[in-house]
Design a protein around this ligand. Structure first.
Ligand SMILES: [Zn+2]
Length: 361
């Protein structure tokens, strides 16, 4: 297929209004901050090993290794939790992200640090969110993520802690870490408890080439409000239809490491699931996931949707509004923001002499 490659200035992707609703707190840490924290904590890691975490795609040790290392050696401190959360919002805000929903896995961190309480740790993060709102104008909420490599009972404990320590900025639960060998069904009880007490729910499923049944389980057993990744649902046309009928927003990650590893760049236009998902009518929204470790920023993520996956600017505008449909915000705020985001998107088009038909496919 031949494309008309319309050059769009990078600043356009930086300035369009955005939400980021799939972003992991520890995956936003700046390299210099991690180097500093590691020195402070006298953590058993060299500067070069930390630098290796920040290579996009194939890296000596994966993101999960970095997360486990930080749980054990770095994040036993409220000061560091506060700082990583504040800097995360500072970085997102600098590229026109106006609202973020941040995932935080508390289980591993708290298991390693018995002197750190759930409520102290949670408050450190939500304090950073309040301060970022006041100083930068960025709105944000926290999603507690289940560590699927821990037991279902630990997930239940996580939800009980959320229920006992309600915080207005904590809005729901998700599930992440290694999906292979850790399917979602075991966690039904934590999901049910969360839902019954007014928390929203989402789930990572079908992320690393894992079977589409994990997506089906997330929808039909866990009853999620939205979905994360879910690339393998493309192997089941009925499931795709079900997702469309239910109007579920699917957060996608252009820098997903599985496809970076398994597909050659020249195969992306035919084989990458993100390219197909939007065209099939799924309600997708692109996100940063682990921005610093993936070596990506919100602007680059949106640029990839255009340049790598061939979506038009009209599609990008639609994805922008999908993000607001998927966001866990009040209905009146949603209505107002959708209007504002659409206007600001159109203003950005005009500023750079672009129109909605500008596109590659
Ligand atoms: Zn993720």
């Amino acid at each position: 297929m031949s494309h008309i490659n319309l050059e769009i200035p990078d600043i356009f992707f930086k300035e369009i209004p955005k939400v980021d609703i799939h972003c992991h707190l520890y995956g936003t840490i700046r390299e210099e901050t991690l180097q500093e924290f590691a020195r402070q904590a006298d953590a058993p890691i060299s500067e070069a090993e930390i630098a290796d975490y920040y290579v996009r795609g194939e890296k000596p040790k994966g993101v999960l290794h970095a997360f486990r290392f930080m749980e054990e050696h770095i994040f036993g401190s409220t000061d560091r939790l506060y700082r990583v959360a504040y800097e995360c919002l500072e970085d997102l805000s600098s590229e026109s992200v106006r609202y973020a929903e941040i995932f935080w896995n508390s289980t591993g961190t708290l298991n390693h640090h018995s002197d750190l309480s759930f409520v102290e740790a949670q408050t450190a993060i939500t304090d950073a969110m309040l301060d970022a709102r006041a100083a930068l104008g960025i709105e944000s909420s926290l999603i507690h993520a289940i560590d699927r490599q821990a037991s279902p009972e630990e997930a239940v404990v996580m939800v009980q802690r959320m229920q006992q320590n309600r915080d207005a900025l904590v809005i729901g639960i998700g599930i992440d870490y290694l999906e292979t060998g850790h399917p979602p069904e075991g966690f039904w009880k934590a999901y049910q408890m969360a839902r019954e007490t007014g928390f929203k729910t989402t789930a990572h499923a079908g992320e690393f080439g894992c079977h589409w049944r994990n997506v089906e389980t997330a929808i039909k057993l866990l009853n999620v409000d939205r979905l994360d990744h879910c690339y393998t649902m493309l192997d089941n046309a009925e499931l795709v239809q079900e997702c469309i009928v239910r109007n579920l927003v699917v957060t996608v990650v252009p820098t997903n490491s599985y496809y970076m590893r398994t597909l050659q760049r020249n195969e992306w236009s035919d084989k990458h699931p993100i390219r197909k998902m939007g065209r099939l009518g799924l309600k997708i929204h692109p996100n940063t996931d682990d921005p610093t470790f993936h070596n990506v920023t919100p602007a680059l993520v949106w640029k990839m949707m255009y340049q790598e996956f061939g979506y038009s600017l009209s599609d990008l505008r639609k994805f922008t509004l999908n993000g607001l449909d998927g966001a866990w915000i009040d209905e009146d705020v949603r209505v107002e923001w959708k209007k504002q985001f659409a206007t600001d998107f159109d203003d950005a088009l005009q500023r750079y002499g672009l129109d909605l038909d500008s596109g590659l496919s």
